[in-house]
Design a protein around this ligand. Sequence first.
Ligand SMILES: *Cc1c(COP(=O)(O)O)cnc(C)c1O
Length: 399
Amino acid sequence: MTVQNGRELLAIPGPTTVPDEVLSAMHRPAVDLYSGEIISVTMSCISDLKKIIRTRSEPFLYAANGHGAWEAALVNCLSRGDRVLALQSGMFGGAWAEMAEVLGLDVEVLTAAPRRAISPDAVSDRLRADREHRIKAVLAVQIDTAAGIVNDVPALRQAVTDAGHPALFMVDTIASLACMPFEMDAWGVDVTVAGSQKGLMTPPGLAFVAAGERARAAHRHADLVTRYWDWSFREGDEHYQKYCGTAPEHLMFGLRRALDMLLEEGLEHVFRRHALLADATRAAVERWAEGGAFGFNVLEPVERSNSVTTLRFDETDPQRVIDFCRERCGVVLGIGIGPELSGRAIRIAHMGHVNAAMTLGVLGAFETALTALGIPHGKSGVAEAATSLGGALAVVPMA
Ligand SMILES: *Cc1c(COP(=O)(O)O)cnc(C)c1O
């Protein structure tokens, strides 16, 4: 028996649920790429992305996924043999580092303590030791979606500044932009990397890179630049140069609608919504974890991200829960990824176009799976989630 018919809920940390409004905005014929609407859509998306990235710099648009944005950031600012310091607290910092290595950069990885965020002190110690300033860039990730960890970006930036080090500070916000606060200019971020398919509620396939003054200065003598990624070429006079070719028109139409939705809701509200749904999820997990079969991957509560919660399993095979939720309940959960968590984790996303019904529905299916599969767990995790959310939304003072 299954109870899976009905709309499937996608609770993986990207791609996330695409709103119907965004899908409808994409359902239309292609248009001329040299004139008319695509030009105004491009320009208005650039202008609104600046509001979301919180910068005066115009972001570059790529028909690419997040990996493309990583590559664009590296090749535009760096030269063969340059040293970069990649901060690894989960999986994505390491994957960005691997890409840097393939490009011919001299890569050093600074790894966080197990299941912890990057320590700003460790970063400033490492940079202070680099007296000759051989390190040209520091690569940080705001939310690592494998571990479910949030790094303190302003504190990491401060660590670079405290060390008196001139390295460029690059931040991957692919799983955090439009999910939690990020302030490119106010925080002193030199390069911001983002993608369409997570907090921005748009199908996968668009990547964004914003570069501040220092990054643009480095760009002028970077020798890794290739034509497709090249910021200078993309700033040429012809509109098509913004994409180095045909615009990914339908993705831009979708993005236009998604940005409207985010700005209509208001970023502060968007962040608060993510925080409340993450709190509700954590309340459920905390209760379930009393059974001993699994617990939070991230040890420090303040380092648990508001876009995805990663559960680490001991003896129990998490795949049984994932399969049950998908095949019996119509809920798609994220598998564990990376050498440490592959086959040992479940990721519950609460990112992008999500509301209380969706998150509570996902948690309800999860608890149903624990019951049906006889996995030991503290009871009424879903009730804990409802209590958490009800308290946060209380219109009458709680007794
Ligand atoms: C999803 C993700 C990526 C990779 O994005 P792709 O679009 O799959 O290339 C990179 N960094 C972080 C933090 C992510 O969550």
